[in-house]
Design a protein around this ligand. Structure first.
Ligand SMILES: [Zn+2]
Length: 223
């Protein structure tokens, strides 16, 4: 069975880390929509140029454009056994666009779509965000609360300086969180109604979440 996984969760829920771990174990490509768009723009393709004309002005790229970039990516050979979509769909409109794409791509396939929702309370999320530091040099991400660092200002991987992103403040985090939920709540409801949603408690630690995640796959996803 072709495994099609969608990961939904607010920034700071840890879903990025989990998708990378899962991608390795299941040998499925991890498609991070943000990176995919950046790559498309860097490639100078027609779709990339068009996407850039919106994104560079701080606007959202149109639904049909993003959908066509996603479609191209998940039609590639490495996705024949499935894929992990991270950061897409983000709204009900995008979910509908994805439905159309999958209808076309999977017409002769035995595929199962499973959506993982990384659930986490606002307080916990804000605590995580304000404790987050990233390395100026190599981009490694640390959490001062959950990782015990020898020196809170120095990257353990490369010795670079650890900095806090300007937007990792409580005020900005609350705003980001509210916007996120307004947008994704209908999406979560939609997949729940279709019995495609699995809720993961993202307030736990990385290894426990991963255990829950793989356990849920064993139980719910056909091999
Ligand atoms: Zn570093």
């Amino acid at each position: 069975m072709k495994k099609e996984f969608i990961f939904i969760g607010p920034p700071g829920s840890g879903k990025g880390t989990q998708t990378i771990m899962l991608s390795k174990e299941f040998n499925l490509p991890h498609i991070d929509t943000g990176s995919l768009l950046r790559e498309e723009i860097a490639s100078g393709s027609q779709a990339g140029k068009l996407a850039d004309s919106y994104i560079s002005k701080g606007q959202l790229a149109p639904i049909t454009l993003v959908a066509s970039i996603i479609k191209n990516r998940i039609s590639k050979e490495d996705c024949k056994n499935g894929f992990i979509l991270d950061g897409y769909p983000r709204s009900s409109e995008q979910a509908e666009a994805l439905d159309d794409i999958l209808k076309e791509i999977d017409k002769n396939e035995n595929a199962q779509l499973t959506v993982f929702y990384f659930e986490i309370g606002q307080d916990k999320l804000i605590e995580r965000l304000v404790n987050r530091r990233s390395c100026e040099k190599c981009g490694a991400i640390y959490n001062l609360k959950t990782m015990k660092l020898k020196d809170e200002n120095t990257c353990e991987k490369c010795g670079g300086k650890l900095i806090r992103r300007d937007d990792d403040t409580e005020e900005v985090a609350i705003k980001r969180f509210e916007t996120y939920f307004k947008q994704t709540a209908p999406l979560v409801d939609l997949y729940k109604k279709r019995n495609q949603l699995i809720t993961i408690d993202a307030s736990k630690d990385i290894n426990t979440i991963y255990k829950d995640l793989t356990g849920a796959i064993k139980e719910n996803v056909h091999s």
